[in-house]
Design a protein around this ligand. Sequence first.
Ligand SMILES: Cc1cc2nc3c(=O)[nH]c(=O)nc-3n(C[C@H](O)[C@H](O)[C@H](O)COP(=O)(O)OP(=O)(O)OC[C@H]3O[C@@H](n4cnc5c(N)ncnc54)[C@H](O)[C@@H]3O)c2cc1C
Length: 400
Amino acid sequence: MNRKYDVIILGAGAAGLMCAIEAGKRGRRVLVLERADRIGKKILISGGGRCNFTNLYASPENFFSANRHFAKSALARYTAADFVRLVEKHRIPYHEKKLGQLFCDRAASDITSMLEKECREAGVEIHLNARVSDVRKNEAQNEMQKDDQFTVQTEDARFGANRLVVATGGLSIAKIGATSFGYDLARQFGLKIEPPRAALVPLVLSEPDRKRWCDLAGVSTEVIASVRGSKQKFRENMLFTHRGISGPAILQISSYWDGKESIHLDLAPDRDLTAELRTRGQRDQSSGKLLLLLRDVLPRRLADRWLETYPLSGNSDRTCADAERQLHAWEVQPEGTEGYGKAEVTAGGVDTGELSAKTMEARNVPGLFFIGEVVDVTGQLGGFNFQWAWASGFCAGQAM
Ligand SMILES: Cc1cc2nc3c(=O)[nH]c(=O)nc-3n(C[C@H](O)[C@H](O)[C@H](O)COP(=O)(O)OP(=O)(O)OC[C@H]3O[C@@H](n4cnc5c(N)ncnc54)[C@H](O)[C@@H]3O)c2cc1C
């Protein structure tokens, strides 16, 4: 026999729990079905274990989607300040690391404990280890049946509800429970999907470049990263890895990389080495002099490798200017990304044209909602993806 609820939410991650809290506060009988053995596993590993739970400066410009206007309404209705108020209500100590990024002082478990407590107080029921095998929408034959539009079958029970919220996240990090379930369900109900792809992800260099650069794994330097076809530029650190490049600048630009273009890196932001050599009175701009200056700009090992790889072809002013130009415009052609196993998020997802921007309800399937990362809205690095999860979860919860 069906156990009946007003709302069933699939997925106890950031978006699902926020939605559950809001719906519960509105007096709805809420059931959350979570596949994993605990709630919020991604929250627990986020931000290096300290959860970068929001960003003080979150604005629609920090998000991308096939429809860049879609997220505006939700982000305006539930802001970073709203989430900070919740964190402060629970007396969770936090700090701003940089650029408006707020992290827990202690551990990310402060955030999951807070959400769990809020769920308890709102009377939300959470079932862990729930394996959903089937989801159906029943065509109501009469008024009575309108209360039981959706049937969700798990291995050992069947549940019915008038509203079904899909908050099962994206494909990133399968080992902690990421599945394609949300996309499959969207397709089952005839909703379009923007092709998912790994974003905020380290890049893998081509074989020759790996040989040339990857023994520098662990070396990091400030760069400005950009890519043709996008106005976005990120001035942050880049890190060499065993297979390629990573660090905040690369993670950020990976989200805007089409898999074909080269990545453009300025390795000496704001520096004018030719002028600096000149003012130092070193007219003989031999590679030795440039090396000394480069070691001032880049980590020593990278500076040495740079000049080994791109030796000066003479010692004229022109040669030096050419060398400098190359330093400001290093074109790197990655072979690919490290994929979903290392991606912080999945870009793409349920086509926003299928959803109401105000409630996240599917336009053509009344009662069915999609929230969080499964939707084609993706944030930049810095707490924005959680802010989208909170905001979209809140808006759906308000509509219950
Ligand atoms: C390593 C890492 C670090 C990150 N750090 C940050 C950060 O510091 N700041 C930030 O803003 N973002 C960060 N992110 C991104 C952020 O974690 C996600 O964008 C966010 O968790 C998305 O929330 P969600 O609720 O949509 O999905 P999720 O948090 O992924 O939750 C989805 C839930 O659904 C469950 N589920 C999946 N399939 C099923 C199913 N079939 N039935 C039932 N349940 C199911 C999953 O087990 C999971 O609990 C990080 C991501 C990673 C991988």
